[in-house]
Design a protein around this ligand. Structure first.
Ligand code: DAH
Length: 332
């Protein structure tokens, strides 16, 4: 027994020392120490020894097992070190190398178009003003010449709040607020970009939330020609090309006359593109704003910002705008 054990230990140690890789070690472990290994079959022989020798024999087997385990572990560690050293030697590590570029955010297409419109009007001496998105019925409708039972209310499906206020259906109430702030002193030259809300069934061209820029200019002697000139200038700068504009009569309760402005590239005889609603501020709206319609006049307009952004960037569905979907946003 003793001799067989010693022979086994020598053979196994030699095999461990001679193993060329981790797989070879696994093989030695299996044949010597495994469940069907040689050491276990030796141990089974212990039961046949005289009782006095059994305990010493058991201890000897265990001692060999421990030596072999230790030898295996040491050899495995050596293999691992070698592997690591090889990997390190092979890995190019250059502390001076610039880091990979970081993903950066950027502006939403709507924000870009809005800022362009703002820049154009700031350059023309207009102020950029803001107004509440939750409006009173009076500011959103009545004081803009849209009384309760006026059919014009039907064209603006309104979100009503329980307290009787509304989510503004257009940016036009900011006209009134700007006039009131001016305290009857002309001139008033403002634009008011912002979100507006309508109780629409969303589809590719309708959303419950969209964006407008309201514009208002009030002073002595303001005419429709001023309006046409300012708007044509704005659109040329916004679109980056010279355009032809056409005024087409249209009804908006808060202006008189009211028109829709269409445009097409200058010199083309192509299709007219409907761009915005505008007109001369209605005398009763001027009065609501604290101005005397006998002394001053003004023009106003409402531009759909989403429409400009859709056209500018070739976007085919309005619903992308408010989606927050990075797959959409990362394209711009
Ligand atoms: N508020 C109108 C709308 O939402 C747009 C509009 C038309 C605004 C004519 C104006 C205007 O200031 O003069 O449909």
């Amino acid at each position: 027994m003793k001799e067989r054990l010693a022979a086994l230990a020598d053979r196994a140690l030699a095999a461990i020392a001679g193993a060329s890789d981790a797989e070879a070690l696994d093989e030695v472990e299996k044949t010597v120490l495994g469940r069907k290994g040689e050491l276990l079959s030796l141990m089974r022989g212990i039961g046949e020894l005289p009782a006095a020798e059994r305990s010493a024999a058991g201890q000897a087997v265990n001692a060999v097992r421990e030596r072999l385990d230790a030898a295996l572990a040491a050899r495995r560690a050596a293999f691992q070190d070698r592997h690591l050293a090889a990997e390190l030697a092979d890995t190019r590590f250059d502390p001076g190398e610039p880091p990979p570029p970081r993903a950066r955010g950027h502006l939403h297409p709507l924000t870009r178009v809005r800022r362009e419109v703002e820049d154009i009007f700031l350059g023309l001496g207009f102020d950029v003003v803001d107004g509440p998105e939750v409006e009173t019925e009076a500011f959103n409708f009545d004081r803009l010449n849209i009384p309760a039972h006026h059919p014009a209310r039907d064209t603006q499906d309104t979100f009503w709040l329980e307290n009787g206020q509304v989510l503004r259906t257009h940016t036009s109430p900011v006209q009134l607020r700007a006039m009131l702030r001016a305290g009857g002193q002309p001139p008033v030259r403002v634009i008011a970009p912002g979100r507006v809300f309508r109780n629409e069934q969303p589809d590719a061209t309708h959303e419950h939330t969209f964006h407008q820029v309201e514009g208002l200019m009030v002073d002595e002697g303001i005419s429709l020609a001023d309006m046409k000139g300012v708007l044509a200038l704005m659109l040329e700068r916004l679109l980056g090309q010279s355009v032809e504009v056409r005024l087409r009569p249209h009804y908006f309760p808060f202006v008189e006359p009211g028109v829709e402005l269409d445009l097409r590239p200058a010199g083309s005889d192509g299709r007219w593109l409907e761009m915005l609603g505008c007109g001369m501020v209605h005398p009763s709206v001027l009065r609501e704003g604290g101005f005397d319609p006998g002394r001053v006049s003004g023009f106003a307009f409402g531009l759909g910002l989403d429409r400009v952004a859709l056209a500018r960037y070739g976007i085919d569905d309005l619903r992308w705008m408010m989606s927050g979907d990075p797959r959409f946003l990362q394209q711009f």
